[in-house]
Design a protein around this ligand. Sequence first.
Ligand SMILES: [Zn+2]
Length: 248
Amino acid sequence: MANSDMRYKSIISYAEIIKREDLMLQRGMNFQIKHGYSIILMSVRKGAPYKDRWHEDSGLLEYEGHDEPKRSDIDPKTLDQPLQTSAGTLTENGKFFEAASGYKAGKRKPEVVQVYEKITEGIWCDRGRYELIDATIVSDEVRKVCRFFLRPAKTPRANEPLLKQTRVIPTAIKVEVWKRDQGHCVICGRNDNLHFDHDVPYSKGGSSITAKNVRLLCARHNLSKSDKIMTFAPWLTTLASAFFSRAG
Ligand SMILES: [Zn+2]
């Protein structure tokens, strides 16, 4: 299992992200925006604007750079992703690229990046901290696109307890459970700090994962259980895309 699998991962609303980071996130790439680290918003869902992906084997996040701003006269998807603005300053692509190059050249530590993943409308996941370790520019028939590579940070946030996750709950099940429990803890009805809870602990012979044995619990009720089962794992890209293509 990759490092990222060992972390406590929580479902979070966009409003909670804004509150936690204490700033308005108006775009997906935010280089050292405020607190000495960077923040990216990403998604592997169908219809996402950029082609981000998780490498399940290595735990790496491959993140696509961002396009030119939308214009009325031309489709940004036909233009090279810019490293510089017309004024000659670095774009967010440029800043991330420079940081990755600096790290590769041994000139700096990897940039620390907080990652939030959009699962579907209104459902985000706090993926924790990553380190930006590589960047490349790839050309397809149409244009040049930036691709960034991030690995799970070695040290999680101080407020992020290290808990071993034992089972993977597929994204499709998570979405189903989220809808069924209507985004609230099934015990107390709170709608913040929610986690997916595997009802019957795997260690006690919990059956294979279906929506029936997964529920939403707030952190208080999740942590009060004697046999904690952390179920936050990489979203299974293939299952997710199968689900979303069915749903779409
Ligand atoms: Zn609760």
